[in-house]
Design a protein around this ligand. Sequence first.
Ligand SMILES: [Zn+2]
Length: 346
Amino acid sequence: MGLFSRIIRTFGPVGGYEVARQICRSQPRILMYHRFSSAPAEGKCSSKHFEDQVKHIKRNYNPFSLIGLMEYQREHGRFPPHAVVITVDDGYRDFYQYAFPILKKYDVPATLFATTGFIEREHWLWPDKITWLLNEVSEIPETIQIDLIELPSGPVSAENRPVYWKRLNDHALSLPDQEKQQFIGELTLRLNTAFPLSIPGAYEPLNWEELRELQDSGIEIGGHTVTHPSLGRVDEEQAKEEIFGCMESLTKNLGERPRTFCYPNGQPSDFKPFLPGIVERAGFYGAVTAFPDARGVAEPYLMRRHASGDDMFQFFKSVSGAELIGLQLRSEVRLGMGAVVASYGR
Ligand SMILES: [Zn+2]
């Protein structure tokens, strides 16, 4: 049994989270959200759960925007106690509709990372295109084989839709950006359909006016590229265009320079060693990943984040520091084992 499970067993869940909160009081946690809804819905954080979470943060933690946290650290030479940062990726309109009123009600700051080409409505986010395609068609007319992907002919149902979505999404993620766009185009043709000219309501972005209102109300607006590619799958030139382009667009439209950045998709495979340098040269002061590990917020241009959303168990694990403690213990065990193996080998 892991240490944390033992703590939970001894102190009960509430006591266990409190122990984690105390152990991690000087290690900030950055929480990551994406989408919101009024009622429970797949992949979205409902208003009810978000309000419970914001109330819990307000009562037990010290909430900051990401730049607020960085400024505090610069001024004081250390992080504030019990610091938690709420971050929201992409720039969907549902943040404004459902999450913002709750943040305002409890006076809790947050950081929103906006994909500027999406805000401009020049394109929609590509995973949404795959979702839309699979919702649009009820039947695959002929077996589709593109690269290594195969979708058999036959009806598209509630059962196989998530399976197909994952298959297509995983494949698209593995492709260089341009090939990914071609793949989605090819898929559209094979399914005998075409994307609507404007972004459907379910996948709608915020507009600039709403972003300015958010900014004026204390929500930090950070950068998230122009077209949301995996920056691990574009060349250096394109990475520069995405990062500098997003900085320029936000500065022009919001009248203020964004100060923090979020790598799209944000997994270890979405990185290249030159990226933090480009983000810094573009003028950002810090950046976040989309995965947690033992390093926490130790690297300003690669600050790790913990998943959050509708799942209350995941929220408590993330916010209390229980997940971070688990990762740090595991990494110490690994390092410890490495030392043992090294001394044995000598
Ligand atoms: Zn994103």
